[in-house]
Design a protein. Structure first.
Length: 163
């Protein structure tokens, strides 16, 4: 029978014990895209969305989301984050479906015994959801794509870079 890291001898869920791991600098970067109509992107850029500055609010929400990751994802360790940085890149060129996009990139850092991949991906996800919430009155068709880990470093498993 396979051994699962998040189950104890009784088959019950547990948080993995990381106390024997050494503290190392750990960095993770994730990215995702928010797809929307050209009109919606134009309103974001002009600052005419009724709820306010969409990207400023999404940036704060992404940071807050990263900090709350262990409250949202079962078995995630609380991590003392030393940095969360979120960037947005607008692409006004419509794709083949006529959708423009905003790419969200989040980088999380810590020095500790466990990684920050989940914090980076949560930051991207919460920022994306916030963009939807801020813009849903003008575009309920907003969708998300390609939320993924781009890279991570530190810890026993070393460095990963998405091909």
């Amino acid at each position: 029978m396979a051994e699962f890291t998040h189950f104890n001898e009784s088959g019950r869920a547990r948080m993995v014990d990381v106390s024997a791991k050494g503290s190392t600098e750990r960095v993770a970067t994730a990215q995702g895209r928010v797809l929307m109509t050209p009109d919606t992107l134009e309103k974001i850029q002009r600052g005419t969305i009724a709820k306010g500055d969409v990207l400023a609010v999404a940036q704060v929400a992404g940071v807050m989301g990263a900090k709350r990751t262990p409250d949202l994802i079962p078995m995630c360790h609380p991590v003392l984050l030393t940095s969360i940085d979120i960037a947005f890149k607008e692409d006004p060129q419509p794709d083949r479906d006529g959708r423009c996009s905003i790419a969200i990139t989040a980088t999380a850092k810590t020095t500790g015994q466990t990684g920050v991949e989940m914090e980076a991906m949560t930051a991207v996800s919460v920022a994306a959801l916030t963009i939807y919430d801020m813009c849903k009155a003008v575009d309920k068709s907003i969708s998300f794509s390609d939320i993924a880990l781009l890279s991570k470093s530190g810890g026993k498993s070393g460095t990963y870079s998405r091909p």
